[in-house]
Design a protein around this ligand. Sequence first.
Ligand code: SF4
Ligand code: SF4
Length: 263
Amino acid sequence: MSKPRVAIHKFASCSGCQLAFVNMGTELVELVKLVDLVHMAEVGHVLPDDAEMDIAFIEGSITTPHDVERLKSIREHSKFLITMGACATSGGIQALRNNADSAEWMRSVYARPEFIHSLSTSGAIANYVKVDFELWGCPVSVRQMLSTVRSFLFGVPPQIQREKVCQECKRRGNNCIMVTQGAACMGPVTRTGCGALCPSFGAPCYTCYGPAENINVGSFGRRLMGLGLTQEQVVRKFSSINNAAPAFSDAAKLFCSEPWMEE
Ligand code: SF4
Ligand code: SF4
């Protein structure tokens, strides 16, 4: 029996998610026993966007009209389409430009901006086509990728993780760095999937896995200000890698507009 065909497509991104994939080591050998990795430009396998696929992973955000055409063709020819990382799932750090005047930026950077054909926004894949599953993270967790491929291959629903990084810290027995050190850690509003990587090494979480479920950004932003952050610093905390995820962009707008400290 032929193995399922898998493609990894790249749009606007740093390629870090693909590198995480390539770096998975012996597990990559296990994976290619299950599937045929037939398109991945990073490792030299290149097929046209209209090649038929069982699973298409998408890295990167949509930033040009040409990207939109490519993406629609990939969707049309793929049974399952899965976003891979923050760029593809929420628009990435490059979505900060969505709040700026992109035409003005191009005029200020390029001598001949008329040759640049880009959209005014950096958009998530789901803004343009149906997405079957989303993998968050910057970069994605290889463990999550493997588990998702296995789920699709065996016809079972993939595991959706929406709980907070804090819960992963508790399971690992970490001391909370917000409580014990006053660190401005974003774990209470960030979804897990990384295994609480940063706090486990004493560093505050900076939201790379996107918003967790049931978060109260108003209360949490006030807690950050209680730790000494200014209102502008709170806005910046929410305006990171997943700045265009609705829960975080709403939080940034909330703290842009309200005079919280004066109350
Ligand atoms: S999600 Fe992060 S690591 Fe992945 S491509 Fe985007 S910027 Fe790079
Ligand atoms: S702790 Fe936060 S910033 Fe660090 S890897 Fe996990 S989700 Fe990303």
